[in-house]
Each structure stands twice: as C-alpha cells, then as structure tokens.
Design a protein around this ligand. Structure first.
Ligand code: BGC
Length: 496
C-alpha cells in the first residue's frame, strides 16, 4: 500500500505554482528598475533637461535613483509589513502600490510626478523584494528551496529583459518622444494586476500563521504544501522556533544574530558594488561608449538582458546541486576577471568594431557570472539564516543594504564616469568584488538542503556562522519527513 507521501510530486507542483505567482513581484522589480534605461533620454528631451554639468548629472542620477530610494524606505518598513500584515497580504498591498506608481509615471505632466511615481514603485519593490523571498522560503520543501527562491531572481531578470524589449519596441514604433516613454512605464500596470489577483489565490505562510497563534490553519496549509497527512512534527518544530526568546527588534541585538546581520548585509553591499546596475540602468550609455550607436545600443541591452535570463535559469538549475558557496565563488571570480579586462579594453580605447564586440562579449560574460552567483545568493541566504522570531527584522535590515547601495551606485555612476573615466569605474567595481569574495570565502555558511529549523537550532547551539548549515546532531531523529524529501528528489514513491 502506498502512503499519503506518494504525492510528493504534488508538493513540487504546488511549490512551483506558489513560487511563480509570488515571483511576479520580482518581475515588477526588474521591469520598474530597468525601464528607465530606455526611457530616460526621451524624458530628458520632453522636459528639456540638457547639458553636461555636474548639476544636470545629479538631477539625472536622482531620476534613476528614485526607485532604489523608494525601495530603501520600503525595505525599512518591510519587517513591520511581514510581521503585522503577514507575507501574503503584504504582497497584495504592494501590488496596489506598483499599480499607482506605474500610472503616476505614465501620466506624469512634470518631472516631479515621474519622481513621485518612481518613488512609489520603489516603495513597493523594497517591501516585496524582502517579503517574496521570505514567503518562498517558508512555503517550499528544503530540497528545492534554493531553486524556488531562485525563481524570484529569475523573475527579476525576465522583468529587466521585458523592460529592455518594451523600451526598444516603443522607441522604434512611436516617433513622438513626448509619448513613447509613457507607454514604457504604462506596461507595468499589467504585471501589477497579475500579482494582485494571483496572490489573492495563494495560501498564507504556515510559519507566519504559527507566529500569530493560528495553528489549525497552519496545519491544514502545511498538509497541502507538503502533501502529507501528518505534519504534527513540523508544526511542533515551527512552534518551538516561535517560542524561542527575543522579540523582533530586540532579537536583533542578540549577540548570536550579529554575524547573520553582518553576512546578509555584506552580501547585498557587494552585490551592488559589483556595478551590475551601472549596466542594467545605464546600459545604452555604456554600449555607446563601447562604440555602439543608432539604436544598436538598445539591441545590445536586449542581448545583455537575454543573457541574464538564460544564465539565471542555469543558476536555478544548479544551486541546490552544487550549493550556495561554490556557485557564489564561481560567479564572483568571473566578475572580477571580466570587469578587469573590460577596464583595460576601455582604457586602451575602442578603435575598431572588433573592440566594440569584445566589450559587448565582456559585458555579457560579466552579466552571466552575476546571474549564476551574486544575483540570487544574497536573497537565498537572507531567507535562510535568520531564526523565525527575527526573520522579518533581520531581512529588512539586509534589504536596506541592497537598496541603500543600489541607490549609491545608480546615483554616482554618471558622476564617477565624468570624474574618473569609465575604465576606472569598472576597475573599482572589480576591486570591491574581490574584497567581497574574500569576506564570503571566510564567513559564508553552506545551507544547501538544510531545514530552516535545523539552521536555527545550529545557531542557538552556538555554532559559528560558517558552520550554520551543518547537519545538527539531532537531525536524523527530528526530521521525520526526510524520506519524503528524498522521494521528492528522486520522484520515487514511499511504500508503507
Ligand atoms: C539585484 C538587482 C539587479 C538584478 C539584475 C538582482 O539580484 O538585486 O539590483 O538589477 O539582480 O539581474
């Protein structure tokens, strides 16, 4: 006779469905951050923003950096949203903010309104970029958790590519430059509506329900998510992690949690200091400097966006196989090499079309290495290492690093390019990534395949940061569903 656990394929399908809907938030993140790369030139023309002075560069930088600035505010409040409203309801609310922001930018009659619209989109991104990975980590089985959270990063890249294609299509098809950028922003309304209606049909996070004392609902949702008839052990473990001491903000000052804040904050700092968004938001400008022109710079941007998507699929495929550490080091190592060579190439001067294509190749390689490693790993690690009680606040703090440094990089890129030259800016990003590599090498734990409660147990039993992902002594006995997870991996039925 087969036990109920034979339905583990159902658990997989459910995890992917929930993952895909929540990941629409990632799509909006990518779209709303990437759309400015093609829209900005038309906006400047429409509102007569011209010239090369530092003041103009700062104004332009501010228009681009409005989204990360809004996201920084969103990230600050994301912990309260996640804790109070819950993961699912927060994502529904952010869909409304996304909608309002896209409409404000699309119908803007002055620069201030564009900035306001982008701040609103940013606010939504800041909240959802923390809550969506958290929700995903809490509703997915451990064996495939890395891949499910990676769906969020994949969605970001699809959103970015969508933005680059939208930019190209409207720039080509609508000659009136006072109108085309409105369409570019307006398209964002569609995924906002999809997120809203999709999330209405998704379950609550069982861990949040337990946190709120709603154990009966949590039990029935967990049964459906894991496709098991008995989840009492899992509920017990979640319950134990909820009752561990420490209220959310207070818990952050717990000495045990400081290293977690350090590593998650640091991963986002170095993700941003790799300069990825200099390419994502200012791509056409970079490609122009590399010798592209007459709309071929927008095609180069599309090639770059496609590479980002394809390589994110590769990353998603391998993360739960080779683990977080190996994939990150591979990615960061590649970034350092690509940026350094690109810097030398630009320093020597782009003198032929061969050089232009070499520069394009290096940018594509840079983006590929980013996509498999530094892109998703910070989101995955931040969703895994914090204990339940401090998860919302801890992740909110890490997200502030993401957006604070995103804002700095996107704001400063134009200024730095003017002051130091493009090649030196790339050397700088390569240098930052080398520092990040060293720090991650020393401290980053390997959390592949570990249950969140096991990581938490390791933390409270005093294991150092680097060893948080090791099997806990009690793992064999406290993980009654290990056969189910194994069968989920091998798609083999468990026979009673
Ligand atoms: C980063 C974004 C970046 C994107 C590129 C994400 O992981 O947080 O800032 O634009 O990757 O794919």
């Amino acid at each position: 006779m087969k036990t109920k656990e034979t339905h583990s394929g159902g658990a997989l399908v459910r995890a992917i469905t929930v993952g895909s809907v929540a990941a629409i938030a990632g799509l909006l993140f990518g779209f709303d951050t990437g759309v400015i790369s093609g829209a900005q030139e038309f906006i400047y023309k429409t509102f007569n923003i011209a010239g090369d002075t530092s003041k103009i560069a700062m104004l332009k930088g501010f228009i681009v950096a409005a989204v990360p600035l809004g996201a920084l505010f969103g990230a600050m409040f994301s912990g309260s949203f996640a804790h109070g409203l819950g993961r699912r309801m927060s994502l529904i609310y952010t869909a409304v903010f996304f909608l309002i922001g896209s409409m404000a930018a699309a119908f803007a009659f002055n620069i201030e309104m564009i900035v306001l619209g982008r701040l609103t989109m940013g606010f939504a991104i800041g909240i959802s970029a923390m809550i969506a990975p958290m929700y995903l980590s809490e509703v997915s089985p451990p064996k495939i958790r890395g891949s499910v959270i990676f769906l969020f990063q994949l969605a970001i890249t699809i959103g970015l590519l969508g933005a680059f294609c939208t930019n190209y299509i409207f720039a080509k098809s609508i000659a009136d430059y006072t109108v085309n950028w409105r369409w570019m922003f307006g398209i964002g309304i569609i995924p906002s509506a999809l997120l809203f209606f999709g999330m209405l049909n998704m379950p609550y996070s069982p861990r949040w329900l337990v946190l709120k004392g709603r154990k009966t609902e949590a039990t029935s949702i967990l049964k459906r998510l894991l496709d098991k008839s008995d989840v009492s052990k899992e509920i017990e473990e979640i319950d134990a992690s909820v009752s561990r001491q420490g209220g959310s903000i207070k818990a952050l000052f717990d000495k045990a949690l400081l290293p977690l804040i350090g590593i998650t904050f640091g991963l986002f700092v170095f993700q941003q200091l790799s300069g990825i968004n200099a390419i994502m938001y200012y791509g056409p400008e970079v490609f122009r400097a590399a010798g592209f022109g007459n709309s071929s710079e927008m095609l180069a941007q599309i090639a770059m966006g496609s590479t980002n998507v394809v390589m994110s699929v590769v990353g998603l495929w391998i993360i739960d196989r080779i683990g977080r550490r190996s994939i990150l080091f591979l990615g960061m190592g590649g970034i350092i090499i690509c940026l350094t060579i690109l810097g030398f190439l630009l320093q020597a001067g782009i003198t032929s079309s061969m050089n232009s294509y070499a520069a394009l190749g290096l940018v594509l390689a840079f983006v590929s290495f980013f996509a498999i490693g530094l892109g998703a790993t910070p989101y995955i690690i931040m969703s895994e290492v914090f204990p339940l009680k401090a998860r919302a606040t801890g992740m909110a703090v890490a997200s502030c690093a993401n957006w604070g440094f995103n804002m700095m990089v996107s704001f400063s890129f134009g200024l730095f390019k003017g002051w130091f030259g493009l090649s030196n800016v790339f050397f700088m990003y390569a240098g930052f990534t080398a520092v990040g590599f060293t720090i991650a090498y020393i401290f980053l734990p390997e959390t592949k395949g570990r249950r969140l409660e096991c990581i938490e147990k390791n933390l409270y039993s005093g294991k150092p940061l680097r060893k948080l992902g090791e099997a806990s002594d009690t793992e064999g006995t406290t993980l009654p569903n290990s056969e189910v997870l194994e069968s989920l991996k091998e798609e083999k039925p468990v026979i009673a």
